[in-house]
Write a protein that binds this ligand. Structure first.
Ligand code: SAH
Ligand code: SF4
Length: 353
């Protein structure tokens, strides 16, 4: 059964027209879903009971079944493992820092890109998520926050999967969340992270959205980047930077580069200098994250000292950067680390809230 959240506003209008319903019902339903955050057709109290029933027969309002809820010991990070209707598993995370409430959502079950240090990459590709399955992850957290008199402030598309490998569904989800008639979530508070699929970066640039772009770089020389991120063979650094520069030229939006520091691999001053050479005068920001260890990759997180030296070297070359703290590490909040059980056995039944 398709998800009600798969529909754009226009598709919802078309569906209602096909059923012979009045046009204004679309706005009522849309506001019920994205303004009042209802999670069942019966709760759409502004429309007639017969239409509620018909919607409930044609669409699911709930594709995500929560299997595990884990909270970090400081209570600031909650990570949910969801089962999809076909039993595939995905994760979504909610992080709180001061007044920020950021959700990190998935776009695929598994991932085809095979980055060696990534738990999701180690699972392999299972399937794309539908737009509705992506939207619903956000709604789950939005409803919980609403119940606690709080609200989401940021969305990062950095969970399981490569968003630009599932471009249409990902951007349809972003458009639904951004739609001013409903959820009305500012595009500038949404960030999409890509491993660097060049044709899709070009497409994203051409579409001129206000959504932020992050690019997972992790290495500034082709040999090392190909070793860590096999997709670099297809879209090497020169091509990637051409696309990112073109993106900046069109959008004037500063790009974020992500860099997971792996001890003795990509944490050298030479890599920092190589990154500075690649970036040149491109307006960008580097997010440094110590590697989150995973089962199938032998690398270790860098040390605090080497991370600081890496940062200093970047800054010496005029780049701005932030070292991110590894929040939620005690609940495996790294990408794909709960759902890895999808491959290796049944879902881990740990804590529940
Ligand atoms: N597929 C997209 C978005 C999901 S991954 C991408 O690769 O950008 C989100 C971020 O987590 C990426 O920067 C990715 O490289 C990083 N990441 C994956 N596994 C990690 C690990 N074990 N430690 C630290 N960062 C990791
Ligand atoms: Fe896929 Fe991103 Fe993980 Fe690479 S880092 S395997 S692109 S999810």
């Amino acid at each position: 059964m398709p998800s009600i959240y798969d529909l754009s506003f226009e598709q919802l209008e078309a569906q209602l027209a096909e059923w012979g319903e009045a046009r204004y019902r679309a706005l009522q339903i849309w506001q019920g879903l994205y303004h009042n955050l209802v999670s069942a057709p019966q709760a759409l109290t502004t429309i007639p009971a017969a239409l509620r029933a018909r919607l409930g027969e044609a669409y699911t309002f709930s594709s995500l079944t929560r299997l595990v809820a884990a909270r970090s010991s400081d209570g600031q990070t909650a990570k949910y493992l969801f089962a999809l209707p076909d039993t595939r598993q995905i994760e979504a995370v909610l992080m709180g820092y001061d007044k920020r409430r950021t959700t990190c959502i998935s776009t695929q079950a598994g991932c085809a890109m095979g980055c060696v240090f990534c738990a999701t990459g180690q699972m392999g590709f299972r399937r794309h998520l539908s737009a509705g399955e992506i939207v619903e992850q956000v709604l789950v957290f939005a409803r919980e926050l609403r119940a606690a008199h709080d609200h989401l402030t940021n969305i990062v598309v950095m969970g399981m999967g490569e968003p630009f490998h599932n471009y249409d569904a990902t951007l349809a989800a972003v458009d639904t969340l951004n739609d001013a008639r409903g959820f009305n979530f500012g595009a500038r508070r949404i960030t999409i992270s890509t491993v660097g699929l060049v044709p899709m970066i070009e497409r994203f640039a051409a579409e001129k959205r206000q959504v932020n772009l992050a690019v997972s770089l992790h290495a500034a020389t082709d040999d090392l980047r190909t070793e860590l991120l096999p997709i670099n063979k297809k879209y090497p650094l020169a091509m990637l930077f051409d696309a990112v520069r073109a993106y900046y030229a069109v959008t004037h939006r500063r790009v974020t580069f992500e860099w997971a520091l792996i001890l003795g691999k990509n944490d050298s001053p030479e890599q920092a200098a190589a990154l500075a050479r690649l970036a040149g005068d491109l307006p960008c920001h580097v997010n440094i994250i110590p590697l989150n260890p995973t089962h199938e990759y032998a690398g270790h997180a860098t040390t605090r000292e080497r991370a600081a030296a890496f940062k200093t070297e970047l800054e010496r070359h005029g780049l701005t950067c932030t070292i991110r703290v590894r929040r939620g590490i005690d609940i495996n909040a790294g990408c794909g680390q709960l759902a890895i059980a999808d491959v290796t056995g049944p879902a881990p039944v740990t804590l529940s809230v």
